[in-house]
Design a binder for this molecule. Sequence first.
Ligand SMILES: *Cc1c(COP(=O)(O)O)cnc(C)c1O
Length: 379
Amino acid sequence: MTTWILTCSSCGREEPQDAGVGLCADCGQPFLVRFTSSPPSRDRILARWDLWRYAAALPLGEDEAPVCLGEGMTPLIESPALARHAGVRRLWVKDEGVNPTASFKARGLAAAVTRARARGVKGLVVPTAGNAGAALAAYGAAAGVPVRVYAPATTPRPILDTIRAMGVELVTIDGHIGDAGKRAVEFAKESGYFNVATLREPYRVEGNKTLGLELAEQLDWRLPDAVVYPTGGGEGVIGIWKAFDEMRAWGWITDKSPRIVVAQADGCAPIVKAHREGLDRATPWPNPQTHAAGLRVPGPLGDRLVLRAIRETSGEAASASEEAIVAATKMIASLTGIDAAPEGGCGLAVLIDLVVQGRLDPACQVVLYNTGSGASYRS
Ligand SMILES: *Cc1c(COP(=O)(O)O)cnc(C)c1O
């Protein structure tokens, strides 16, 4: 069992465990979980084959059964062919497309729905570029909690079909995830549903920590030189970064954090622009466009944390064109057999560019997160 408090990531304001808060009432920034229980030991990893094997390192109550659909424990596949193509010494792909509802969003929503159910929420609402809606629909169904999803009408058809299949309320809107976000905030206010939008609650990040915990365990508690993560709202990157920090504090690892490399699309690259300009926050991207739907997030709430993760790990941020994303997505599939999502392809395209530009050393060992499944984008 773990105990924890919530602390504002910007001003440090504290709230009690499971306070059910949204953003910080003082400064409007996201809360993160800080554990108050004794540091978990690696010996306490459970013999179960989903992310709850790390229950000792996650917010979970005594004897509490998590809402679980078998999320996590995804394959880490080394590909010498893809390493040659990218121009690096060793390259692994962590294939998140095999999660329930076919993306890494299962990790965060499993943790968030577990905590929300424990508080007895009336219902759950989320704005999404697609995959978070599919994951919330599934975990809401598993938990017996009503769900409403706001998604752009342009969301890939197979993802909308998955949301509908779970029997939840789906509202499609003209516009992007930022527009969906406003509708979700209004609906939460009038209905009493709890809003689990990216970083509006602290537990999706906790589930996403397991992206880093698993990686370390799969590499026998060593870490690569760099990890490449296709980034939209930023909860994936923030989760991985928190995992590396906590594992070092707990004595699980001694390696320093890998360089965190943020990959975005040329048509929506607010983090890349802010990082290049040396800023500590991003400005909203006008008219965001990319076929990598998960990356179409023009004004991420987690901008400051993502920019800090890049800076503090001596990381990088770069973007790729739509054509480069298409080519790299095909390359992952044809060289590895992994049915990569365009977001994963964006990661590879950015990796190739950074090596060519000399911003990543060809001698380095890299892990590329393929965050979803190519099947979700074919109609
Ligand atoms: C949501 C999503 C992303 C972006 O992840 P963030 O944590 O929002 O930065 C990348 N790829 C896929 C497939 C996604 O669904």
